[in-house]
Design a protein around this ligand. Structure first.
Ligand SMILES: *[C@@H]1O[C@H](CO)[C@@H](O)[C@H](O)[C@H]1NC(C)=O
Ligand SMILES: *[C@@H]1O[C@H](CO)[C@@H](O)[C@H](O)[C@H]1NC(C)=O
Ligand SMILES: *[C@@H]1O[C@H](CO)[C@@H](O)[C@H](O)[C@H]1NC(C)=O
Length: 788
């Protein structure tokens, strides 16, 4: 075979039967009957395309227009265009002088179309053929020298040189052959003599110009008759008719007629078809009597747009003549456009930018001219449009942002309408799904969450639950909850709370103590399972409510039995004088810490009263001589909780004005002697102590003097034994109740406080007059000595 590849140039095809093609496309040439797989040309090379990358990534492929067969294919790995079946030029193009197969090379992204014209070269694969093996002619012996007798020409499906070129008549005495103007005639050279030869056989050979040469023969059997005659004569050498396609059977196409000058049987003309290609045999019929040609088969413009038929007129004596009938089929808009989906990206990720090409559509209409013009459209209200591309290609592109959470799939109906009259249309529905992208973070249903829990809760109890929604698909929308790391009171939040990752239910990990803290905040994160994951967080505030789980703590006086706690009451005290104050705190809060004071027992009812909320002990009347020197009170302190908790303390009061009376403190059961001895002992001890104290003061003095800025805290404002005061001890509030801070526990366990005394200058002076404090100090010392 013979292959020519011409690109962007003038392609001068072999012989005069092929036009000079000025095409800005690729022209290849292939001989017919080449075996499948024959390489026609290398498209990659001729288009300067990179074989490895471009061809497959751009989905290169060949498309055919109009025909339903695929004649060739492209090898993606080499870029070769190869035939995929045997191409028979004769069935494809018939007698057309040039046989061109149009092939489109389609590349996507961007869409690119290259025309490839495949010229099918003829090979001499058909021999000249006469319609019959034997031609009968009857010639009168009176026929004159030079008379001509038509013979039907031989037919050769090939074209050009491969078609019939010449005829050869076997040597004989009477006839020679005349070939001109596409007419084949026997010319009588020597008169026939029936008496000498009644009949004769002539061998006629038709030869084509192919190489190797092919030939066909026919035997012409001449019967010599007695009489002479005229052959029929057609009214036209060529008849032309135009026939709309789809004409029903029996439609008269044209009527041919031939006349014969003879009379009688010799003038009876009958008609029949001469050479008819095999495929046209059943399409038309000819009425032998009238010469009417009628439709008997299917006329499809798309299959055959014209027919060429030879008709024969024969008179009764067998003289014939021939004419040609050319029937042009006219197009009717009988083919709806066809929509081909050439490529489609499905599903489309929802984050593609507007204007992304998601599909390529090709429309074809087999009709011609206007019937072939196609308009394409898609329905409104979808974020897609059709963009006309080259020729009959359209790109389906997005026009807006897609959101799977709003619309997850589209049915796009593409409608193609041709411009025929009436127009035909067809439609095709393309289903497109939108693929998920993790573009939505989980969103909590509430801005923040609050949980209320009463203290002393059980570990593991449920506090509340949080919930977040994520509209994404599958794992991109699966929400997992977790606690964000953080600290509450210096401890990791996870030691307080836990959250169920799947349900968002929050549990307490430990029992909470309102007295330690009343509320805290944690952050809970909701995260989806996408990659990368998206998250959001929310604040959960936990409010702990109080339970009356702490009894009042009496700070002053100290625990029962501690005889340090004795108050001196001046004898001259008037009614209403403040004598002492019971100080108590309650670690709870609110009603649970609202304390009330009551005297539950006193040695002289009516002498002292206590402020229900202040805890102040006052004389109710003036002290009189008859009052006992020693007074005992038992005070109960209750909180207001449900049920209420209480504490009691004893208070020892001594009605006395001076220290001399101090010995009377002793138990009355002591005898005189004993007391005298004790007095000495006391004096001795006081002396020793005084000496000792003086000594210490001197030492301290010396030490302080050494320091630059000596500062004596011992400014006389003595107060409460500090060991009983919480470190963050607050002032007495309006209700007379002492508020403590939450670290009450801490205070209870503090062991580092070794000093027995603390000098609190801010302490309310009303409660204990300075004078009394000095007394108290001495009194305490004496009590100490006494015990010793
Ligand atoms: C698209 O068409 C299919 C099948 O005809 C149907 O099941 C589906 O519901 C349609 N979708 C939309 C969004 O109309
Ligand atoms: C989730 O989103 C990612 C991109 O964010 C995507 O690649 C993946 O296919 C999505 N998963 C599902 C199940 O849709
Ligand atoms: C939690 O949310 C806050 C406010 O919305 C933000 O500032 C912070 O970065 C978030 N933390 C995490 C770990 O996502």
């Amino acid at each position: 075979f013979f292959v020519v590849a011409v690109q962007n140039t003038l392609a001068v095809m072999k012989g005069s039967d092929v036009d000079v093609s000025l095409l800005s496309n690729i022209v290849y040439s292939v001989t017919e009957e080449s075996s499948p797989g024959t390489t026609v040309g290398n498209l990659a090379k001729d288009l300067h395309l990179d074989v490895q990358e471009t061809l497959s990534s751009r989905k290169a492929r060949v498309d055919f227009e109009g025909t339903r067969k695929r004649y060739c294919d492209m090898k993606l790995n080499t870029g070769d265009l190869v035939t995929s079946e045997i191409i028979d030029r004769e069935s494809l193009c018939g007698k057309k002088p040039s046989c061109v197969l149009k092939v489109d090379l389609v590349l996507e992204n961007p869409l690119e179309l290259h025309h490839v014209s495949l010229h099918i070269q003829d090979v001499n694969d058909n021999s000249p053929k006469f319609r019959e093996n034997l031609i009968e002619i009857e010639i009168s012996e009176s026929a004159e020298k030079g008379n001509r007798f038509s013979i039907e020409q031989a037919h050769d499906a090939d074209i050009g040189q491969n078609a019939v070129q010449r005829y050869n008549l076997q040597k004989n005495d009477n006839f020679i052959l005349a070939v001109n103007n596409n007419k084949l005639e026997l010319v009588l050279e020597n008169k026939l003599d029936r008496e000498k030869q009644k009949e004769l056989n002539l061998l006629l050979t038709a030869l084509d110009g192919g190489s190797p040469q092919r030939s066909g023969t026919v035997v012409i059997h001449v019967t010599v008759l007695d009489a002479n005659d005229n052959a029929p004569v057609f009214s036209q050498a060529v008849y032309k008719a135009s026939l709309p396609e789809n004409s029903p059977p029996d439609t008269v196409v044209i009527k041919v007629s031939a006349t014969d000058a003879d009379e009688g049987v010799n003038g009876d003309v009958t008609y029949q078809f001469g050479h008819v290609p095999d495929e046209d045999v059943n399409v038309f019929s000819i009425d032998p009597k009238t010469g009417e040609i009628r439709v008997t088969g299917v006329i499809d413009f798309e299959e055959r747009s014209s027919f060429e038929i030879s008709v024969q007129a024969k008179d009764g004596l067998g003289l014939t003549s021939y004419a040609k009938v050319i029937i042009d089929v006219t197009d009717i808009n009988d083919n709806a456009p066809l929509i081909y989906l050439k490529s489609l990206t499905n599903p489309i990720p929802e984050n593609v930018s507007p204007g992304t090409e998601v599909g390529i559509i090709n429309v074809q209409d087999e009709d011609s001219e206007n019937n072939r013009q196609v308009r394409c459209s898609i329905q409104q209200n979808v974020p897609f449009k059709l963009v006309p591309s080259i020729k009959n290609y359209y790109s389906l592109v997005t026009t807006g942002q897609l959101d799977r959470e709003l619309v997850s799939d589209y049915n796009i109906t593409i409608t193609a309408t041709d411009k025929g009259s009436p127009p035909l249309s067809s439609s095709k529905t393309v289903q497109l799904s939108v693929a998920d992208i993790n573009d939505n973070p989980p969103v909590f249903e509430e801005q923040s969450y609050s949980a209320y829990v009463t203290e002393n809760n059980k570990p593991g109890s449920t506090l509340c639950s949080v919930s977040a929604r994520d509209p994404d698909w599958r794992q991109n929308g699966t929400v997992i909850y977790s606690l964000l790391p953080g600290e509450v009171n210096g401890a990791p939040v996870s030691s307080y709370l836990s959250v169920n990752g799947d349900t968002g239910v929050i549990h307490a990990v430990r029992s909470f103590d309102y007295e330690q803290f009343r509320s805290f905040k944690v952050h809970v994160m909701a995260r989806d399972n996408g990659s990368p994951p998206l998250s959001s967080n929310v604040t959960v505030s936990v409010f702990i409510s109080d339970v009356n789980d702490n009894s009042p703590q009496i700070l002053y006086p100290g625990p029962e039995g501690n005889s340090f706690m004795t108050e001196l009451v001046p004898k001259a005290a008037h009614g209403g004088s403040l004598v002492s104050k019971v100080i108590a705190v309650d670690a709870d809060s609110g009603q649970n810490a609202w304390l009330s004071y009551h005297i539950v027992k006193s040695s002289d009812t009516g002498l002292f009263s206590i402020g229900v909320h202040s805890g102040e002990i006052r004389t109710q009347r003036d002290i009189s001589e008859s009052d006992s020197m020693k007074q005992n009170l038992i005070v109960s302190v209750k909180d207001n909780g449900q049920p209420s908790l209480s504490a009691t303390c004893s208070m020892y009061l001594l009605i006395s004005d001076n220290l001399a009376e101090v010995p009377e403190l002793k138990d009355i059961s002591y005898d005189e002697k004993n007391s005298k001895l004790t007095s000495y002992l006391i004096i001795a001890l006081v002396s020793v102590s005084t000496f000792f104290l003086t000594f210490i003061i001197i030492i301290l003095g010396v030490r302080f003097c050494r320091r630059r800025k000596p500062r004596l805290l011992f400014d006389g404002a003595v107060a409460i034994p500090s060991a009983y005061l919480p470190p963050n001890y607050a002032d007495v509030d309006g209700t007379g109740t002492l508020r403590s801070t939450y670290n009450y526990d801490a205070y209870l366990t503090t062991g580092s406080r070794t000093s027995d005394f603390k000098f609190v200058t801010s302490y309310n002076d009303n409660t204990l007059p300075t004078r009394m404090r000095v007394f108290t100090f001495i009194k305490l010392s004496l009590n100490f000595i006494n015990r010793v």
